[in-house]
Design a protein around this ligand. Structure first.
Ligand code: AGP
Length: 367
């Protein structure tokens, strides 16, 4: 009913709008006076120092959150991270060391491939940390430690607040590990957590771009292909933005690491092809500006996502969506918001059932 949907037409929009609250609920109880407290997970600093390698295993959007995790954990904690699709991990005879740990990410906690991957890792004696939204789900029950994303129930097939809260926990884990391993000082963690606490307010601000994104969606609702490009963490967000668009609007879309364009995809760019260019990594900004020039020269229509104040890109892109200034890691939590809203309105414009896209189920409990 309309009441269940909080007055919105679809659960997806309700859940998009709930993201500031969900993000806050996920991080607040775990940041105490600028220190990170991870519930009752049983990792001592000694345990964290002894981690040899982290395997993050998931499917779909949770796998995209895992990729964000890889970038952040490797940079903050200098622990090698391997990201695996659960459906691949379970059958490829993975190489696991006794000092490795597995982080399993799942909104539902019931995804068949993810659960099977967990069991395989467990069978090999690897310690499992789950990041799950549904309390008491199979993945939560079978893991050694659990960190819950406090997103609340997610109904729409396309995840929004589920994904955002998974990313939030990636940040907390990365900082916690970084501090335990001596790469981040208590002072740095305090500064970073204070910045992380600004994210819900920034998301709130981006949600007010609703009308503008609706107009943009109307203008591009009949696109045949949409390319989403980015570098570093922006590439991880490109993957998520592209999936949102394809799953609910049925428009073909591909995410590409911007540096890979010239190794293939750029041949697909034609007059008017929509390219979304995420350009929020400071050291890579100039490179993105060049990539935008390259696709513009082949006729693309470019919508860029950039940080406020980085206006150079406005000279090359057709439209720029600005996100608040924030450090290069936390941008992932902001960039995804306009992508979700844009995808939502493209789907509406095309008359799609946003909450229940064809051929898809909320949780994939069979292989
Ligand atoms: C995302 O919008 C999807 N519907 C899908 O990729 C989802 O993230 C994936 O099936 C994993 O689900 P889980 O988080 O419940 O394990």
């Amino acid at each position: 009913s309309a009441a269940e949907k909080g007055g919105y037409d679809y659960f997806m929009m309700k859940e998009i709008m709930e993201q500031p609250k969900a993000f806050k609920a996920t991080i607040s109880p775990r940041i105490v006076d600028g220190e990170i407290k991870l519930d009752n997970i049983k990792y001592t600093d000694e345990d964290i120092k002894n981690i040899n390698r982290i395997h993050i295993i998931a499917c779909g959007s949770a796998w995209h959150a895992a990729i964000v995790g890889k970038y952040v954990i490797e940079d903050y904690a200098r622990i090698p991270v391997e990201v695996d699709l659960a459906s691949e991990f379970r059958y490829r005879n993975p190489i696991l060391d006794k000092n490795d740990i597995c982080i399993i990410i799942s909104q539902s906690g019931e995804t068949a491939d993810t659960l099977a991957a967990l069991r395989e890792a467990k069978r090999q004696g690897i310690r499992i940390l789950a990041i799950v939204n549904v309390v008491g789900s199979s993945i939560a029950r079978e893991s050694d430690d659990v960190l819950y994303t406090w997103a609340g129930p997610e109904i729409a097939v396309a995840t929004t607040k589920g994904y955002s809260t998974q990313v939030a926990l990636m940040y907390l884990l990365a900082m916690k590990f970084g501090q335990a391993r001596g790469y981040l000082s208590a002072e740095e963690v305090k500064k970073l957590t204070a910045e992380l606490e600004l994210v819900p307010g920034y998301i709130e601000k981006l949600l007010t771009m609703d009308e503008e994104l609706k107009e943009l969606a109307k203008a591009h609702a009949h696109a045949n292909d949409v390319f989403v490009i980015g570098r570093g963490i922006d590439y991880a967000v490109a993957l998520e933005g592209s999936l949102k668009l394809k799953e609910i609007s049925y428009i073909h879309s591909e995410a590409y690491a911007a540096g890979e364009l010239k190794h293939g995809t750029i041949s697909l760019i034609e007059e008017g092809t929509l390219v979304v260019a995420i350009a929020t990594q400071d050291p890579l900004y100039e490179k993105l500006v060049s990539n935008v020039k390259e696709v513009k020269a082949r006729g693309a229509y470019v919508v860029a996502i950039a940080k406020e104040g980085n206006t150079e890109i406005a000279e090359v892109a057709d439209k720029v969506i600005y996100i608040p200034q924030i450090n290069d890691k936390f941008t992932a939590s902001l960039n995804v918001i306009p992508m979700q809203i844009f995808s939502y309105y493209v789907a509406i414009e095309r008359g799609c059932d946003v909450d229940m896209p064809r051929n898809l189920a909320k949780s994939v409990t069979v292989e």
